[in-house]
Design a protein around this ligand. Structure first.
Ligand code: ADP
Ligand code: NI
Length: 245
């Protein structure tokens, strides 16, 4: 395993050598401060956007970032912050996240250049989320943004994704499965926000499409593995539902 410093010599030149001179050693401290702010912000949340989601997205994003040779600080900070101000918690205001994050980062003296890189990732992510489709304008994104996007999508897949889906379903009193309610693969954004469906349908309406929306090679590989796990799970679910095993 290479050290953070060695790794950073290989990173994206666009984010090197600007702003951090003299305060380079404080990156770990800044991350701890960001962590504390995010933990506090999500303290009361239980719909799947909790602190531990942010933590997992950070872990996954760092794993991908090491493979893809991206800037670890930018990736880690943006991953921790990516769900702050999610439109679902602020009556549809999609700009609030950027404002909160900017205030926080200025408050803990992160340099302007890094703040802009982080805001760019987080606002692009929420813009893409606001579109209904999992296909996104990936070409416009920096490698750091692609990584955070992949890490966030990955947390909706695999064993964790299955757990989150049923946790979400329980919280919103949605049925686990109802064979009389068919999945709708082409729902609009409004329908998605308001519609009553089932947790099992959510796999077909969204989760099984996510592997094609991955933006990095490492993300694609991880998604393929998590996708296969969900498919095996669904096969087993229906086998049990029909009393076959
Ligand atoms: P994100 O903000 O991570 O893109 P969402 O806010 O849509 O995703 O969802 C958070 C978690 O809740 C995810 O694991 C997602 O799969 C799950 N989820 C979202 N909508 C539903 C739903 N209608 N039924 C079951 N689970 C859902
Ligand atoms: Ni998220």
């Amino acid at each position: 395993m290479i050290s953070r410093d060695e790794h950073e010599k290989k990173i994206n030149p666009a984010v090197q050598g600007s702003g951090w001179e003299g305060i380079r050693m404080n990156k770990g401290q800044k991350i701890k401060e960001i962590e504390a702010l995010v933990k506090d912000y999500f303290a009361e949340e239980s719909t799947g956007h909790d602190w531990w989601h942010c933590h997992r997205v950070r872990q996954t994003a760092l794993h991908i970032a090491k493979e893809e040779k991206a800037d670890l600080f930018i990736v880690e900070a943006a991953a921790l912050l990516h769900d702050v101000g999610d439109y679902k918690f602020h009556d549809g205001d999609e700009d609030i996240g950027g404002k909160i994050i900017e205030k926080w980062l200025l408050g803990i003296a992160v340099p302007r250049k890094q703040i802009d890189l982080i805001l760019n990732i987080v606002t692009n992510l929420s813009f893409m989320k606001s579109l209904n489709s999992p296909e996104r304008p990936g070409k416009l994104l920096t490698v750091e943004a692609k990584i955070v996007s992949d890490a966030d999508r990955l947390d909706a897949l695999g064993a964790i994704g299955i757990a989150r889906t049923f946790a979400f379903g329980g919280f919103f009193r949605q049925e686990m499965h109802n064979p009389e309610i068919l999945p709708n693969a082409a729902i609009t954004r409004e329908a998605y926000k308001n519609k009553k469906s089932t947790s099992i349908n959510h796999f077909y309406e969204k989760l099984l499409r996510l592997k094609d929306a991955m933006l990095t090679a490492t993300g694609k590989e991880m998604a393929a593995s998590r996708h296969a796990y969900m498919e095996a799970y669904l096969k087993r679910f229906f086998d049990e539902w029909n009393g076959r095993v």
